[in-house]
Write a new protein. Structure first.
Length: 431
C-alpha cells in the first residue's frame, strides 16, 4: 500500500497470521489486531496495529500513530465529512479527542480515496488510578450491590461526561452510536471519531422566524397549562417550568429540568440514543412528555414518529411546540402505552422509553410480555430506568438479565443522580 502525502511518502504492509493482506481483506478478519511494517520517509517501523469498523490505526511510536480510513461509497456518511470532523478537532485541539497533527484526503494508484490522519497515540496509563477516579465519581449515589456490575460493564463515568457534554454542544457534534465502547474510549479520550458529524439543529430547535419576545409569550402560555398541577408542597409541577428544556436557533431558551442545576437532562441523554440508525425509518417514543426526543428524531432524519403519552397536558404542550417549530410527521397519541403496544401492527427501527416501565410494573414484575412486544417491534431499544428506587428496588444486574431475555446485546451506557430517590441508568439494547 503506497500513498503520497504532503511532504511524506508512506508504504505500508499489513500482515495477518503471517500472511500479507490487503486493506479490504483486513476488515474480514476475526481478530482486530494485526502486524504492520511501515516505511515513512525512509524511516522503518514494525509493530501491532488495530482495526475498527472502517479504519485502521498504526501506532508507530509511543507518541504518535497514523489512522487510515477508506472511502466507502455505499455509506451515507462521506469521507469528506470525516475530514471536516478531524480538521475541526485539529484546529480547536478539543481535549476529549487525541491531538491531531495533520489530516488529508489522498488517492492511491487505483484511484481509491483515503483519509490519512497523524494523531496522538493514546495508551491506557495508571489503570488503578483510573479505577479509583471512576469509583469515587459514583460511590455517593450507587449502592454497594450495584458497584461490581458497573465496574465490569460501565465505560463512561460522570467526571468525563461533564467535559463531553460541553464539547458536544460547543461544536454542535453528533456522535455515532458506538462512541462509548471500551475500545473507543481510552484514557478519557475518544479515539474513533471518524463517523462523528456536525449538526447544529441537534442543539438548537427551529424558531420558525419567531422573535425571542414571541417565543417568550408562547412559553408563558405553555407553563400556564401546568399552573393548576401542584405537588404535595403546593408547588407547581416542575417548579413552574416545563420538564423538558428547549434551546432555539434565535437564542431563546424554554427552561426545563436540570438535575445538575446546569444542563437540561433531556440534552444530556442525546449522546446515548442511536439517531444515526433512523434515517428514513420509523421511531416510537414511549412516554414522550413534551416531545423533545420525537422532535430530535425528525431532526435526525426519521421518516415518521409515533409518540405515546398518558398525560393530556403533556400532549397539549407537545402539539403546540410542534406547531411553533413547524415540524411534521409526528403523531402524538394520548393513550395508555400497553394498549397501543399490544394492539398496533407497526414496527419501528428505534423505540425510546425514558423512565416509564416502573410506573406500569413495580420492580418489573409482570413486565415480560410488555418487553417481548417491544423486542418484536424494533431493532434498537433505548431504555432509561430508575434504580435503587421505591418502585425499582432490584439490582442493576437483574435489570440487565431481564433485558437480555429479549435482546442479544444489552449495554449500560450511563448512570446519573437525579430526583429525590435513587439514580437513573440508561441502556441500549439491540438484536
Amino acid at each position: 500500500m503506497d500513498i503520497k502525502l504532503k511532504g511524506k511518502e508512506l508504504n505500508l504492509k499489513l500482515i495477518y497470521k503471517n500472511k500479507k493482506i490487503t486493506f479490504d481483506e483486513l476488515f474480514n478478519t476475526k481478530k482486530r489486531q494485526f502486524n504492520f511494517e511501515l516505511n515513512l520517509n525512509d524511516n522503518f517501523y514494525k509493530g501491532k496495529g488495530i482495526r475498527g469498523d472502517d479504519s485502521i490505526f498504526i501506532p508507530f511510536s509511543k507518541e504518535m500513530g497514523v489512522k487510515i480510513t477508506k472511502e466507502k461509497p455505499q455509506r451515507d456518511d462521506s469521507i469528506k465529512e470525516a475530514l471536516e470532523m478531524t480538521t475541526l478537532i485539529m484546529k480547536n485541539n478539543i481535549e476529549i479527542f487525541p491531538k491531531i497533527f495533520s489530516t488529508e484526503l489522498v488517492e492511491n494508484e487505483s484511484k481509491e480515496t483515503f483519509l490519512i490522519t497523524f494523531m496522538e497515540n493514546i495508551i491506557n496509563k495508571n489503570i488503578f488510578k483510573i479505577f479509583l477516579k471512576r469509583y469515587n465519581s459514583i460511590k455517593n449515589f450507587v449502592p454497594l450491590r450495584d458497584l461490581p456490575y458497573l465496574i465490569k460493564n460501565l465505560n463512561i463515568y460522570p467526571y468525563f461526561l461533564d467535559k463531553f457534554y460541553y464539547f458536544m454542544e460547543e461544536y454542535n457534534l453528533f456522535p455515532e452510536d458506538e462512541w462509548y465502547k471500551k475500545t473507543n474510549l481510552i484514557n478519557n479520550k475518544i479515539v474513533d471519531f471518524s463517523r462523528f458529524k456536525i449538526l447544529k439543529e441537534r442543539y438548537h430547535f427551529p424558531s420558525n422566524k419567531k422573535t425571542k419576545a414571541e417565543l417568550l409569550e408562547e412559553y408563558y402560555k405553555l407553563k400556564n397549562i401546568f399552573a393548576k398541577n401542584f405537588n404535595s408542597e403546593y408547588i407547581p409541577q416542575w417548579k413552574g417550568s416545563l420538564y423538558e428544556g428547549f434551546k432555539f436557533d434565535n437564542g431563546f431558551i424554554m427552561e426545563g429540568y436540570k438535575s445538575d442545576h446546569y444542563r437540561f437532562d433531556c440534552y444530556k441523554k442525546l449522546p446515548f440514543i442511536p439517531f444515526n440508525k433512523i434515517k428514513n425509518k420509523s421511531v416510537l417514543d414511549i412516554g414522550s412528555n413534551h416531545g423533545f426526543f420525537s422532535f430530535q428524531s425528525i431532526i435526525h432524519g426519521a421518516k415518521n414518529v409515533v409518540a405515546i403519552e398518558l398525560d393530556s397536558k403533556n400532549i397539549k404542550v407537545a402539539e403546540k411546540l410542534k406547531e411553533l417549530m413547524n415540524i411534521r410527521n409526528i403523531e402524538f397519541i394520548n393513550q395508555d402505552v400497553t394498549n397501543y403496544l399490544f394492539e398496533t401492527n407497526n414496527n419501528f427501527e428505534l423505540i425510546i422509553m425514558n423512565s416509564v416501565l416502573h410506573q406500569i410494573y413495580k420492580n418489573y414484575k409482570g413486565a415480560d410480555n410488555f418487553l417481548k412486544q417491544i423486542s418484536n417491534k424494533c431493532n434498537y431499544f433505548v431504555f432509561e430506568t430508575p434504580v435503587n428506587h421505591p418502585t425499582v428496588n432490584i439490582k442493576l444486574s437483574s435489570i440487565h438479565k431481564k433485558l437480555r431475555k429479549y435482546f442479544s446485546t444489552v449495554r449500560v451506557q450511563n448512570i446519573y443522580k437525579a430526583y429525590s430517590a435513587g439514580y437513573r441508568a440508561i441502556y441500549i439494547c439491540y438484536k
